[in-house]
Write a protein that binds this ligand. Sequence first.
Ligand code: PEP
Ligand code: MG
Length: 581
Amino acid sequence: MNPRKAGEVVLRGLPVSPGIAIGRLFLVGLPAVDRDAATVKPSEIDRELDSLRAAVTALKQEIERAQASATGPEKGIRRTHLMLLEDPSLVGEIERQVAENQRSLAAAITTVMESYEEKFDAFEEILIRERAIDIKDVCTQLLNMHIDRYQRAILTPEEPFVVAARELLPSQTARIDRAKLLGVISELGGATSHTAILARSYGIPAVCGIPGLLSALHPAARLIVDGTTGTVIVNPKPATLAAYRQRQATIRADVCELYEAGPVHTRDGVRVTLLANVNRPEDMTAEIVKTVDGVGLFRTEYFFMTSNRLPSEEEQFRIYRDLCERAAGKEVVIRTLDAGGDKVISYLKAGHEDNPMMGCRSIRLCLQRPEIILPQIRAILRAAVYGNAWAMLPLITTRSELERAREIFREASAKLEAEGVEHRADVPLGVLVEVPAAALNIRSLLALADFISVGTNDLTQYTLAVDRGNPRVAHLFQPLHPAMLTLLAKLARAARAANKSLSMCGEMAADLENTMLLLGLGYRRLSVSPFLLPPLRRRIQQVNVSEARRLAARALKLGSRREIAALLDAENTRCFAVPVP
Ligand code: PEP
Ligand code: MG
């Protein structure tokens, strides 16, 4: 059966952001991967050829720039790449694929690259094989250049829509007009992929990791996305549509109760600090400010991703000041730029890496390229005059990184002082614990850090060696793994001993199944997406901390995630199940 022709088709994936969306499809085809659907109409051929010329020119300029500072063999490689780009046979062949076979540019580049690979595979000679590697390299760079340009130009339809893609990058999601975005679905991606986090922060339903999604879609498809169960229905029958509309209305009515103001305490009176994870100052509405104790994580990279160039110090200052002012004296934890991994920011020209999650991302990139982080640090120190700003460093792995970052903060402050620019020198500087090495060496880091916060998304990824965005290993992404619990308990003990503030801002804090365990382990500051604040507040109010401590002690003795999850399930049911009237 061809799903494109069939009537209602039900697909299943990972439920990553709850709620129901109903709307038309907007397919974001990432050209590099969306190759099966990669033919273009005759009227689009000229546009693809123009894109090819633009990508070739931009890549040549980039290589020439890099060549100017290259030495030794690197210079030679770049020269070869330039020659290949100027050689009419390679670019001509790509042109022919587009003009004669009506291939999209991305598909044409890939086809040509593969045909060269096949041709050269038959040869034993090392020189010919090296030539094949150069051609592959140039084609890949060309493809990336084209994708970069394509992503920057993403246009969205007039009507509200559900966005679908094989893999949706956070930079793409961040560019889509939020007012029209009803839901997000993708073939790849897991519950803590940044696109999933973004969907949750927008409060829109999302389902990721849906096998066969793209082949089940057609351009005019109408979709139902149930982000609570992980179901996507393509071309729903009228009866299905009516049933989901009914459920959507009920959910909306539920959501309307919402935001209680004031501090939150557990059932036995223990104060818990409730914080919000935000991506934009506007996310801190007056209603949310009243319900929280502050911002536990401001992910600054989202406005870097929606810009076409590095935001200036002044632009950043205005954003951080706006956030501080909205928070009205409550704490605001501003995380320094966490670029790289799946958060690609093309104008940073961070370069290709085979294993970007382990590569030069986040604080590593910023320390290697101070020009990226300096304006940000200055902007944070200046904005701190208008509120209670804290600065937090992502992906710290070694103490020397923290020492270097502290130095840069000190130097920035001294420079501002010398320039007579109003700022605060005493902005607390903390560490986002996301790497097992940092967790294991936490005592040493705590001696230098003013506070720590646990980023369980990356901490789980790196502790368990499981890509957080890969649905094939989503079942192995286990924040409740015994190794994670051991690290979390260690962090809580160390922070208490050092008398330093400890928070959790990873997605583990947002799952109500974990609330009792986290309070039992000693976590008293939880930071979650604004839409998840009301249920978390209610759950905290139901917990008895002495019971929670006993639960945590039992959980720490168990040797598998399955046993820990079963224990939590039983305790949560016992303590929080709504009694049947
Ligand atoms: C984390 O890794 O848990 C975290 C808070 O950072 P991000 O999800 O932005 O990587
Ligand atoms: Mg992280």
